[in-house]
Write a new protein. Sequence first.
Length: 205
Amino acid sequence: MEKVDFKKQLKALYQPSAKTFAIVDVPKMQFFKVDGMGDPNVSEEYGLCVQWLYSIAYPLKFWAKKELGKDHVVPPLEGLWWADDMNAFIKGDRGAWKWTMMVMAPDWVTQEAFVEARDAAVKKVGGEPPASLRLETFDEGLSVQIMHLGPYSAEAPTIAKLHSEFLPANGLVENGHHHEIYLNDPRRVAPEKLKTVLRQPVRSV
């Protein structure tokens, strides 16, 4: 049985250069998603939401292997980030940050399978699942991205360069929330060795 690794299958999306910005066309995909607000470093809600995502992603991986004969590597955690006042990011006001955390789901995962996995996860996680927990199609489309090497706290200069230099120079403007893909587990990897894909959906002016 072949084990699909979407990071390798979709290499252009998950393994961009760390030296230059790249323009990509992200295809329509489905994700397990959950929404929240606040500083991810101290928010209990954030940790619980991420736990719920994996409490669904892994059982569905094993379900697909057994029932469908399909196996895959569970994709990395991803996040969409924004704020009502975007100055909250410049000022570092993390309490005002809003986010959607998500894990890509293979196209063979159905809504019915998702609901069954969610209900089964209640026994493992405890309590009711977040109301926003869902399986949803995401059509990101035209985007600009780059690989960030190092701690999350050092992303700002690259993001600033993207918005102030690359987008204007290429006749592009933002067309969606700031998107990050976390290729490492920060609990197991030193900050200076972290790899994070920074992506910004765009459109032509």
